[in-house]
Design a binder for this molecule. Structure first.
Ligand code: AMP
Ligand code: MG
Length: 415
């Protein structure tokens, strides 16, 4: 049990040291968006794979048409037709042209493509066969309207390093390279436990004194947003056997991480702590932050568990600061730092000297980002988070900041 007061970054460092990725699997490309590459990705081909036309037009030898103009067009013999998906295996000689469509293979001998707009060919009518001759009314320079073989990617090029998250454009790139399956890190499964005698699930009747479980839902959504898969371990009243039953489900399901809320402070009914102590280890860290009570961290029968405070705002902030980076590391991301950016304070703020996470609205004014606080900052006031689009991070030791001061803001992602 560590009693020293830890800084937020020290606590994150100690926690992350306990985690690594949860394993590797092959997934179909169409299911891979948002997952993280488990190995470096090197192209085994060059792209484009062949030189092709970037326009609908006529492949020519540029020298043949360098004197072409509207009054004296140059006539060439059309010797072949190359729609996209096909190629001409002959050679283009002087005085000759090949009709090509965008994406069509550039025939040997040709070194430029004249767009159809600069010819006498009636391109407005679809489906016409290639003409026997074509008149060119504008010169092209060598290489014009051609995409060269290998101009985008060379063979052996590192395209994505291990730890890259696959976005839609990476998915498309892998398809371009011909891959139908991809090797990614497994999505971590996170079991969520809400505890407390007062907690009732939404949809059920609510006797006086009880409240609905919001943390289970907020945390479930946060887990999914962070790229994990949330599973419910249920809602346990403040009884050792009930809490234990829920945690046993985590063992059965083989979750990678347990996140509980409430029941870890020093109240008379805070039993989560005793259950973990019986079945594993627990470490309490006093972290120099606000909101945030002591952070409980340990394992239940070998499964890592983070015990967050029960107050809804504290649970949210505790998740963002400590659990989000764990999930990032479990899923193989190479960067799990807080995504902060500088904003300017639009009102003065005070703090108590602990690293503070204040709910705020960040807005644009004349091209700059400014921040104001939302509502009262009590840690039970979930509505102040609903109004917020960011957390402002006041560093430790700082007790006040004036209007106009720069501060780090963690702007929430909108999706
Ligand atoms: P505790 O950590 O058990 O002392 O709880 C602190 C506060 O958070 C109390 O007001 C609880 O009622 C509230 N709380 C605990 N769990 C939840 C939950 N799942 N949803 C909403 N509020 C909760
Ligand atoms: Mg309680």
């Amino acid at each position: 049990l560590e009693d020293r007061l830890l800084s937020v970054s020290e606590a994150i460092g100690k926690i992350l040291a306990e985690f690594t990725t949860v394993g590797i699997e092959q997934v179909m490309l169409e299911n891979a968006c948002g997952l993280v590459l488990a190995r470096d990705f090197v192209s085994d081909v060059e792209l484009p794979r062949f030189a092709d036309s970037s326009m609908d037009g006529f492949a020519v030898i540029a020298d043949d048409v360098h004197l072409a103009n509207d009054n004296e067009p140059i006539e060439l013999q059309v010797i072949a037709d190359v729609p996209a998906g096909s190629f001409y295996d002959g050679n283009v000689e002087h005085g000759q042209a090949v009709r090509v469509m965008t994406g069509g293979v550039l025939p040997n001998g040709a070194d430029a493509v004249v767009p159809v707009e600069f010819t006498n060919y009636d391109y407005r009518q679809p489906g016409l066969p290639a003409p026997a001759t074509v008149r060119i009314s504008k010169p092209v320079s060598k290489g014009e309207n051609i995409r060269n073989r290998g101009q985008d990617i060379y063979k052996g090029q590192l395209i994505f390093p291990v730890g890259s998250m696959l976005r839609p454009q990476e998915i498309g790139m892998l398809a371009t390279l011909g891959h139908a399956v991809v090797e990614v890190y497994k999505k971590p499964i996170v079991g969520l436990l809400s505890t407390g005698d007062e907690i009732v699930s939404p949809g059920e009747a609510l006797p006086l004194g009880k409240i609905y479980d919001s943390n289970g839902y907020t945390l479930g959504a946060l887990v999914n947003q962070a790229g994990g898969e949330a599973v419910r371990l249920g809602t346990a009243p403040d009884r050792i056997d009930a809490i234990k039953n829920c945690l046993e489900q985590a063992v059965e399901m083989g979750v990678d991480l347990i996140v509980s809320s409430a029941g870890v402070s020093v109240g008379a009914f805070d039993f989560v702590r005793s259950v973990i102590e019986q079945q594993g280890q627990i470490t309490f860290w006093r972290v120099n932050m606000r909101p945030g009570k002591p952070l409980a961290f340990g394992n239940y029968r070998g499964i890592p568990i983070v015990g967050l405070p029960g107050n809804p705002v504290s649970a949210f902030v505790g998740f963002q600061v400590f659990v989000r980076p764990i999930i990032a590391k479990l899923r193989g991301l190479s960067d799990w730092r807080m995504p902060v950016q500088k904003v300017v304070l639009d009102e003065s703020i005070t703090s108590d000297g602990r690293e503070s996470y204040l709910r705020s609205i960040v807005f644009q004014k004349r091209g700059k980002l400014y921040a104001r606080l939302t509502g009262h900052q009590g840690s039970g006031n979930l509505y102040s988070l609903v109004q917020a689009n960011a957390l402002l991070i006041v560093p430790s030791e700082v007790k006040s900041l004036p209007i106009g001061a720069e501060i780090d803001a963690w702007i929430f992602s909108s999706a």
